[in-house]
Ligand binder design. Structure first.
Ligand code: NDP
Ligand code: BG6
Length: 483
């Protein structure tokens, strides 16, 4: 694969789905973040594309509203940013729409020898295939680079992911495709590489000899409000576990890459995921949220377009195993859910208990735990055993070594990823073989849950609780096993 080049001048970013939630809440604010940091090329232009027949002013108000709220003091830069932006109304499936988009791209490139085009697919997955075909046919840049940026979900199982890839193959070279997983743009997720491979003290103990079990969780206090129809078709496993959570797992467990190039990083992530066994239903707890205990918050089934007999998993806890030499025998506890008691993305590495406990006290020593908090309040904490200061007793207690990110400016994930696409840096883009490996882990479980005849019912949990009944025992059974 040839490495894509950094794009500087004569570049247009087209946001397909410019009136949607992702564009409004994440993409435009992230692009404005890059504007503020003076990281956009001077003549960079942004074209919004969506079915809505909106005026230029209406489009600008979509861009301005989230930014205005957050940063009124950047008014001048916001005006400069808006001057980069224009809108074309159109939809997938209409030749006329693609021709209108092409005309706009050509107008914006008048007088220039070459033009680079980036296409960001902030669209419902059902129209990815048709949209990329239309873009290739009508809007591909013949003189300059073209790149397509694809949002998750990339397929809904192994076969459909391969199908989507087969649809892309004749139209886009691999170095032109950027598959976005926005968790790879998060600072702490990025930091896993330097934490593991830049610190000898951690590198030496990062294996099943010293680690007892690892937990990775993405919990959210919000439910699926306003996204019932989307979420009912997807569920927690496809929404965050097959992608965000599995990517974190890969970075945490892969071998050291030969270099930090995209090629070497993706190869190592794919390799470790290949060692992971498919998740089995017996090693899971599947849940769906009901109303909150005070009745104030709705049940998942109360959402519009969610049927009363929905079996959608809004919660899943699963245990997986990686059968390579480094990790064989240790459980990975993976957990994700909506409408829980807190929003927290965290990795917990539980080390094996010390064999020296008896020389200190008759109480058992706590096992060391390293907590890597992705969000909120980013940081790394290491619990270590110390003596409790005292003149009369010799007791131990666990204290935290605390590496919080206090006061450090942390870039937004989408700023990082958009800049990558401009730079042509694919180290944080998910490669096809990683996707394949990750779908192999989750597809058998997903097919089992989707099977109408299986009659598997998710366990209920109250909105705002910490998950379905039995979760504590389930986790404890993996953590307290004899290793
Ligand atoms: P929305 O439904 O909010 O937005 C979809 C956008 O696509 C709208 O602008 C919509 O226009 C447009 N659209 C729909 N049909 C067509 C069509 N036939 N031709 C052209 N445009 C069309 O979805 P989201 O913004 O939430 O999500 C977009 C993608 O990003 C999805 O793949 C999602 O999984 C992913 N994603 C979203 C995140 C988020 O925070 N929202 C986070 C991570 C990933 P109209 O409204 O007029 O129908
Ligand atoms: C998205 C999911 O990919 O990630 C959402 O579709 C989820 O359901 C979101 O809420 C979580 O992202 P973040 O950055 O808010 O943790």
């Amino acid at each position: 694969m040839s490495a894509p080049l950094e794009i500087q001048e004569n570049t247009i970013l087209v946001i397909l789905g410019a009136s949607g939630d992702l564009a409004k809440k994440k993409l435009f604010p992230a692009l404005f973040g890059l504007e503020r940091r003076c990281l956009l090329p001077t003549d960079f232009k942004i074209v919004g594309f969506a079915p809505d027949e909106m005026t230029h002013d209406n489009f600008l108000s979509i861009i301005r509203s989230p930014i205005n709220l957050e940063s009124p003091r950047f008014a001048e830069q916001l005006e400069q940013f808006c001057q980069r932006c224009s809108y074309v109304s159109g939809h997938e499936g209409g030749e006329k729409s693609f021709r209108a988009l092409r005309r706009r791209l050509e107008q914006l490139g008048t007088g220039k020898k070459e033009q680079n085009r980036l296409f960001y697919m902030a669209l419902p997955p059902s129209i990815f295939t048709g949209m990329q075909e239309g873009l290739r046919k009508h809007c591909y840049s013949e003189r300059g680079a073209s790149r397509i940026i694809i949002e998750k979900p990339f397929g809904h199982d192994l076969e459909s992911s391969r199908e989507l890839q087969r649809a892309l193959d004749p139209n886009w070279r691999e170095d032109e495709i950027f598959r976005v997983d926005h968790y790879l743009g998060k600072e702490v997720v990025n930091n896993l590489l330097v934490l593991r491979f830049g610190n000898e003290i951690f590198g030496a103990i990062w294996n099943a000899r010293h680690i007892d079990n690892i937990e990775i969780s993405i919990t959210e206090s919000g439910g699926a409000e306003g996204r019932g129809s989307y979420f009912n078709g997807v569920g927690a496993i496809r929404d965050v576990m097959q992608n965000h959570l599995t990517q974190i797992l890969a970075l945490l467990t892969m071998e050291r890459p030969r270099s930090f190039s995209a090629e070497d990083l993706c190869a190592e992530k794919a390799r470790v995921l290949d060692w992971m066994l498919p998740i089995e239903y017996v090693n899971t707890i599947i849940g769906q949220y009901e109303k909150s205990e005070d009745g104030e918050k709705p049940a998942f089934k109360d959402e519009e377009d969610v049927p009363n007999d929905s079996r959608c998993a809004t919660f899943c806890a699963a245990v997986g195993h990686i059968e390579n030499e480094r990790w064989a025998g240790i459980p990975f506890l993976l957990k994700a859910g909506k409408a829980l008691n807190e929003s927290l993305t965290e990795i917990k590495i539980h080390f094996k208990p010390s064999t020296n406990a008896a020389i200190f006290t008759t109480d058992p020593l706590a096992s060391n735990t390293m907590t890597i908090r992705v969000q909120p309040s980013e940081g790394v904490f290491l619990s270590i055993n110390t003596f409790v200061p005292s003149l009369t007793t010799q007791k131990t207690s666990a204290m935290d070594l605390d590496l919080t990110y206090h006061g450090r400016e942390i870039p937004e994930a989408y700023e990082v990823l958009l800049l990558d696409a401009l730079k042509g840096d694919k180290a944080r883009s998910v490669r096809g073989d990683e996707l394949d490996a990750s779908w192999k882990i989750w597809t058998p479980l997903l097919h089992f849950l989707d099977d109408e005849n299986a009659e598997v019912r998710p366990r209920e949990y109250a909105y705002g609780s910490n998950g379905p009944e039995g979760l504590g025992e389930f986790i404890a059974s993996y953590q307290n096993r004899k290793s």
